[in-house]
Write a new protein. Structure first.
Length: 417
């Protein structure tokens, strides 16, 4: 579509204007001048939206080219963001869509790298383009780094680890939005009961600070079961109909942090103490003790039906990334990996899945063959597209010299990641 190519060339000229000046005020003036241009605003949104991720940093050399279409470009970016990974085929498809036009390649590369190379940040862009508040969510290091954590921090904060779905709730101008760990919206939590109870809980903070961003875990408490049942909760998150065991009235939002710049963990917990728990929303309790006593707290948490604990540096800021300030301590270490293939089994597993080929965050691949039920093996083999590309949680006991997981076993599918 020649017209779409021309639109991108005009867009590139506008971005070049921003790049050409070193004055921050001049950059702001240019953004304000073009903010009503739909394509200009969309590119800035896709570049500076902290929750949009495309899982590639550059375009590979394309084998074929497609006729350039703005609609197809953004559809494919949306697909990558929702999928949560980018296969070799996905990357080649994006390169084929971008084509050979230098201006298009430059802009697409900027989107992938989350930077238009004009020395501007999301803080400069946000007054003119609709961007979400806050940062990306903070993640804990695995327990393989427990010794490093204990050496670095003496007195720490400790919270029990819940088996639910990560939920960041933003309250701004009376509107609540819920997003997952990947920044994807949770439509299933857009409910009047949750809106009322969460707003009621956060009202003291809203009155004092304005917009509020809560970080916590949504769990399901079923009357006939102890604790939260993750797979039944995930059925609630995914389903389109009213079927399923979990209902809205079973949900509990357990808040364990709040996104506030320049406040330490201890100070953020003090802010949360201003909230009033209700029957749906509560602040997850924390304990302060020596890091030498973490094993005791972990065992108490496991005995009470929790996954384990998360220990936190009391002086740590909310960095919005994986950090040694937080450490997970469970029965076994776990890791989230991506399924990239389904391999048929042998012997009694003939005619069903024998192993899943998984890719670790480091890029290392290996086969995973334990922890599956016979029913799960058959489902994966008969419908491989239902598992390929999914993120799964795997238990393990460390790494080999080749960087592969040792004694790895399937734990569960993580559709929230």
């Amino acid at each position: 579509m020649t017209n779409d190519i021309q639109k991108f060339k005009e867009l590139h000229a506008k971005i070049s204007e921003i790049r050409a000046t070193s004055s921050t005020n001049a950059k702001k003036a240019i953004i304000e001048k073009y903010k009503d241009d739909e394509l200009f605003a969309k590119v800035l949104q896709y570049t500076y939206n902290i929750h949009m991720k495309f899982y590639m940093k550059k375009l590979p050399e394309p084998v074929i080219f497609e006729e350039f279409s703005i609609e197809e470009l953004f559809n494919h970016l949306d697909y990558l963001n929702t999928k949560g990974s980018a296969s070799k085929h996905d990357k080649m498809r994006l390169a084929a869509i971008a084509g050979e036009t230098p201006e298009i390649i430059d802009i697409v590369t900027c989107i992938l790298k989350k930077d238009i190379r004009a020395n501007i940040s999301s803080k400069i862009v946000s007054p003119y383009v609709d961007l979400p508040l806050g940062k990306t969510i903070q993640l804990a290091e695995p327990q393989s780094k427990l010794d490093k954590f204990k050496k670095k921090f003496d007195t720490v904060g400790i919270q029990y680890k819940l088996d639910g779905v990560r939920n960041v709730c933003t309250i701004k101008d009376g509107v609540l939005t819920h997003v997952s760990r990947k920044g994807l919206p949770y439509q299933c939590f857009d409910d009047e009961l949750l809106r009322t109870k969460i707003t009621e809980f956060a009202q003291p903070l809203i009155d004092k600070y304005g917009p509020v961003i809560l970080d916590g875990e949504m769990v399901a408490i079923l009357p006939d079961k102890f604790g939260s049942t993750l797979q039944e909760l995930m059925t609630f998150v995914q389903r389109k109909s009213g079927e399923g065991t979990v209902k809205v009235e079973h949900l509990r939002y357990c808040v364990y942090d709040i996104m506030m710049d320049d406040l330490t963990q201890e100070e953020r917990w003090k802010v949360l103490s201003e909230c009033v728990d209700n029957d749906v929303v509560l602040v997850l309790p924390h304990y302060i003790d020596s890091s030498a006593n973490l094993l005791k707290y972990r065992d108490e948490a496991l005995a009470a039906g929790y996954e384990g604990i998360v220990a936190k540096n009391l002086k740590g800021l909310y960095h919005g990334k994986r950090t040694i300030d937080w450490i997970k301590y469970k029965r076994f270490d776990t890791i989230d990996v991506t399924v990239i293939d389904v391999v048929e089994g042998e012997g009694k597993c003939k005619g069903s899945m024998g192993t899943l080929t998984i890719e670790l965050p480091t890029g290392v691949t290996q086969d995973l063959g334990t922890g599956f039920t016979d029913d799960f093996r058959m489902k994966c083999w008969t419908n491989p597209s239902e598992i390929i590309g999914k993120v799964i949680e795997v238990e393990h006991q460390g790494y080999s010299n080749e960087g592969k997981l040792v004694f790895a076993s399937f734990e569960k599918i993580r559709n929230d990641k």
